[in-house]
Structure formats: C-alpha cells, structure tokens
Ligand binder design. Structure first.
Ligand code: ADP
Length: 407
C-alpha cells in the first residue's frame, strides 16, 4: 500500500521523535483508526564520523539504509524529513510528538509545546544536560521546518509522578527537596507501554505486584503496585540506579570529593566519567555493547566482570523492589538486553528462586512471551517495548480530547 493512498489522506499522520544519547528513532503513524505505524526510521552513531540512517516503510515492507554525517541531532533532521516528504504529503502531518526526558514538577501530562513550555524546558536543562538540550534543539529545528504544526512533549518522568513521597525523597537537606531535587525516575514512556500491553494480555495480573525491567543502553527498573509506579531505580537524573552501557548507576557520594582531592578532578570531568565512561564500558575497558562483551567474556576477564556486575546489580534491585512491594507476582524484561539476551535474563534470575522466580530454560532460550515455568510463583514475561507507539497514542489522545473540548 502506498502512503499516498487516498485512505491514508483522510486522517493524516503523527510523527514521533525519540532522541537517545547517540541515536534518534522516529516513526510515522497513520491516525486511523486504528493508529498504525507506517514508517520507522533510526539514525545511529550520531556524533561519530559516519552515522547510518535506516528507513523502513512498514506498510510497503521495504527498508533502505544510507550513511550520513551527523555531528549532532539537528544534522539528521533534514535528511530524515526530506526522505519522509517523498513518502507523504507533508500537509497530511497533524502533529509531531517528542519524547522529552523531564517536565520538572510543573509538567507531567503530555503538553502542546508553547513558548512557556520551551522556557520551562530551558530552565530545567541543568537537571539533565545529557538529554534536555538536544531535545530542545530537536523541537526548535522541527518548529522552524513546520512552523504551523503542533508539537507535543511527552515526558519520560510522568509514569512515576504518583510515587509515594517516601520513594521520591532524597536524604539531603530539605531545602533542596523543596527546590525540586528529588527522585523523578525515567523510562516512563516505555513503562506506560508495557503496562498497556500487560493490561491487554493479562488484565488480572496487571493489578498485582510487578517489577518492570527496562534493560537497554539506558537501564532502569520500576516497582509497580496496582498499576502505579511505587519506586524506580533512576533518580534525580538518569545516571542513577543500575550500571548501564556507559553510565555508572548508583555510586558512593563520597567519590566525587575523593577524586577531586586526590586527582583534582573537576565537576565536569566527573559528569563525563559517570555518564560516558563508566558502566559496561568502564569496567570492560573495551565496549559499552552487551553483545560484544558476551562474545568476549570467555577470554577477557574484564568483559566477564562487566557482565557479572550488570547481572548482580540487576538481581539486587529486584530483591529490593520485591521487598518494597511486599512480594512479587510478575517480572517483565524489556529493552534491547531484556528482550534479546536469554543468558543475561537467566543470570539475573538465578538465585531468585526464594522469591518464587523459576525460569523455563527452553522458553527463555527462545524468548517466549512467558519464560517462567508452569506453576512458578512469579510469572516472568518478555515484552518488546515501543516508546514511539506510546508517544503517538499520547499525542492522539491529547489532540482528540482538546478538539472535543473545543467543540
Ligand atoms: P537504547 O537504550 O539505546 O534504545 P537498546 O534498548 O536498543 O538501547 O539496547 C541496546 C543494548 O541491547 C546493547 O547493549 C546491545 O548489546 C543489547 N542487545 C541487543 N541485542 C542483543 C542480543 N541479541 N543479545 C544481547 N544483547 C543484545
């Protein structure tokens, strides 16, 4: 089916933008009903000498790959949109939805971007200098290209907005907490998508005690009770919690002053170290990519240690969240590692039998939807996440509701 088919023209398209740290994913959804993905694009290795742009025409079943030079996000936007404009009549776009890491304490629901919201995002930039400045830049670049098109910010911290106060509170002087320094948590679009999927496939269990494990380059977990986040491993920034591809996760807060005293390390250098040089990359000294480490762990003890550290910390977080939830009914693996690596799933779950986690080896190996044994106290699932679908759904809901309110 061609995207220029008259049936596609009738309702228009929503474009979703999901910028990671070195990758950019975007998708085009036909508004429907139902809301259907028709194109997905991915730009990898932004900031490297040679990046790749992959465009998949989901409806047509074809894929194209090009190399591009993208020193920064805004460099990928033009080649991407030029290709899209060959596929659809751009006047058929009804809105653009963005994944935005933070809305601070003012914004959690998706918002149509206004100058006030842009001002607030700029003010919040120091909260997450790794993500917010490039997200702001993406919104501005698209705004210049399509000045009349509504852009919607969908906040990654929103899923955790109702966490109990005790889970949000950081044990530092109260004046910082009052000023907004607290646990926000992230990966919320992924968690919201996973909960929607759970409600569809296992409506009764979706109300139980659940741990969602989003294990990708960025990795976090959420403890979910009766459908709501009650705690999460990321904190004030996405650097907290589990060790990740290049982020350290939780560290002893005494480390900064130690390194500053002994090595003269500056705050900027510390920031770069814990965000870009730590985690799997820091421990292995070779790669931030789990696949590389699994391939080399048999002959490189540093790679083996990096994988072991990742699995051990994941297990510990699961134990602490099971305690916070007062027991566990379901465990969900997602993200590039959680969805694809049977070995890592098995190593994380090993030793959690006391909680009622019993994996079925064959189901785990084949990546079945349920990988726990029949009769396992905890149902263990693998659900491929889809943040872009969640963004499109939020944008659609917001536009539909506001039109309803207007009319
Ligand atoms: P991002 O957070 O950038 O979206 P992904 O969710 O795509 O990242 O996850 C990337 C991680 O998933 C990488 O560490 C990669 O090695 C890992 N991964 C992807 N496929 C596999 C696989 N088949 N086996 C093990 N790890 C995998």
């Amino acid at each position: 089916m061609s995207l220029r088919d008259p049936c596609h023209h009738s309702h228009g398209f929503i474009l979703t933008i999901n910028g990671g740290s070195s990758s950019l994913k975007c998708s085009l959804f036909h508004v429907g009903p139902p809301l259907t993905r028709v194109v997905s694009c991915r730009v990898d290795r932004i900031g490297f000498p040679e990046g790749t742009l992959t465009l998949t025409d989901v409806a047509g079943g074809t894929s194209e790959r090009r190399t591009i030079q993208a020193a920064h996000y805004k460099d990928c936007v033009d080649p991407l949109l030029t290709w899209l404009e060959q596929k659809i009549t751009i006047t058929d776009l009804v809105a653009i939805g963005h994944r935005v890491v933070h809305g601070g304490h003012l914004y959690s629901e998706p918002q149509v971007v206004t100058p006030e919201i842009m001002g607030e995002l700029r003010r919040l930039s120091p909260y997450d200098p790794e993500h917010l400045p490039s997200e702001i830049e993406l919104i501005e670049t698209l705004g210049r290209r399509y000045p009349t098109l509504p852009q919607v910010a969908c906040f990654d911290a929103a899923f955790h907005r109702d966490m109990p106060h005790v889970a949000r509170l950081l044990p530092i002087p109260r004046r910082y907490v009052v000023a907004g320094v607290q646990r926000y948590g992230f990966h919320g679009l992924s968690y919201a998508y996973l909960m929607t999927e759970l409600r569809r496939v296992a409506p009764h269990q979706a109300n139980g005690r659940i741990i969602l494990a989003h294990l990708g380059n960025g990795a976090s977990m959420a403890a979910v009770l009766r459908g709501k986040s009650t705690d999460t491993s990321m904190g004030f920034t996405p650097t907290a919690g589990l060790p990740m591809s290049t982020r350290s996760g939780d560290l002893d807060p005494g480390l900064l002053s130690y390194l500053s005293r002994t090595e003269g390390m500056t705050v900027e250098q510390f920031h770069t170290m814990v965000n870009q040089q730590s985690g799997l990359l820091g421990v292995s000294e070779t790669s931030s990519d789990l696949r590389d480490l699994l391939a080399s762990e048999s002959h490189d003890p540093r790679a083996a240690e990096a994988v072991a550290l990742f699995c051990y910390q994941a297990k510990k977080w699961m134990g602490s969240f099971a305690a916070a939830l007062g027991g566990l009914d379901m465990l969900v693996f997602s993200g590039g590692i959680g969805e694809n690596s049977a070995v890592v799933r098995a190593r994380i779950c090993e030793g959690l039998e006391f909680l009622g986690v019993a994996l079925d080896e064959a189901r785990n190996r084949t990546g079945a939807a349920i990988i726990s044994r029949e009769g396992s106290g905890v149902t263990v699932r693998v659900i491929p996440t889809d943040e872009e679908s969640e963004i499109a759904r939020s944008v659609h809901q917001l536009l539909y509701q506001s039109r309803g309110n207007d009319g």
